[in-house]
Design a protein around this ligand. Sequence first.
Ligand SMILES: *Cc1c(COP(=O)(O)O)cnc(C)c1O
Length: 400
Amino acid sequence: MPGFEIFGEEEKKEILDVLDTGVLFRYEFGAQRKGVYKVQEFEKQFAAYCGTSYGQAVTSGTAALKVALAALGVGPGDEVITQGFTFVATWEAILDVGAIPVFTEVDATLNMDPVDLEKKITAKTRCVIPVHMLGAQARIQEIVAIAKRHGIPVLEDTAQAAGARINGQHLGTFGTCGTFSFDSVKTMTTGEGGMVITADEQLWRTMSEYHDHGHDHVVNPGARGGEGRRFIGFNYRMMELQGAIGLAQLAKLDFMIEAQKKTKAALKEAASAIPGVQFRELVDEAGDSATFFCFFLDSSEHCLRVNKVLTANKAGAINFGENSWHFYPRWEHLLAGATVTRSGWPFQEPGGKRRVVYDPELLPASAELISRTLVYQVPVKMSEERLAEMRMALSQAAKV
Ligand SMILES: *Cc1c(COP(=O)(O)O)cnc(C)c1O
């Protein structure tokens, strides 16, 4: 993890370019901005870095999911399939466009199980959202092939895996579009912010207009045009200060990934001593962003014992079975259909008819796997002392 560790002079310089003009808004103010268009430049550079054509910057990774789903035409009456191990934002966005989230199991990649995906496709499925969780790849080629056979677009939630690849091709470019988050804990950060990338010009134009109240962006694509509008939109505009920070952070992304890879390799070597340990399956180890290190123990009971020793030795790991933000059985507000609307929408129709019920026992394979999984965040910077401390803790854990 993350970009906040190396926030420095480069970011300050980019921000000063914006403060010098006083134009904080990405559109208009032509003469006053003296040619400074940070958000637009960030979109172009981010898309080029990923090897695709178009980038649409927005206010957050959650907004990126919402804008992409809206532009794909997803709405009430539709189902969207995602995985039961992800951040709540993925399915919040699905509910927010009026569609119903459907959840698949995860496999040893800790991402969408393509076999379960195939089983969960129905006549109502309008989009599939695999998530590249914890810095590494879903089986995206298999998932895209399945979705293609059914004529369904794939939106890759790449919030946690900026810079990760498969055989050199960036995650976020395998499906119809890919979304990213630049929030406070992501690998590169703009404080708050997000991006959608795509090679589909028409889809990008729709996203560009939708995220800016439907403003016509036709005269100068990516900027405002003749004050026409094709449809009703919303406001998810990124501001210039965020675009400025994004440019500086993007330039550091490959460096961050390289630094994380070295630390991760050292942790992996130390963890190898634990009897029965297995490592998360990586579709392409060279393309891992190494933002997290995940390993499996042979039982949940062994997992608890190991983590107890790690914690006692100041190196406690994350067990996502205990974390209520990322795993289906722990989303009590989703399972209960807790909503702020008086009508109970989207879980109930006005009048009280239940639209959807989520069974806590829906994903037994994921529950079994997550119960014996331990995870470390991998920092960009780790001191020799801290690495030695973690190695020592892992070697102690190998004895229980
Ligand atoms: C962080 C995250 C998001 C949402 O990003 P925000 O910028 O915080 O809105 C979406 N999906 C996943 C998998 C995430 O980790």
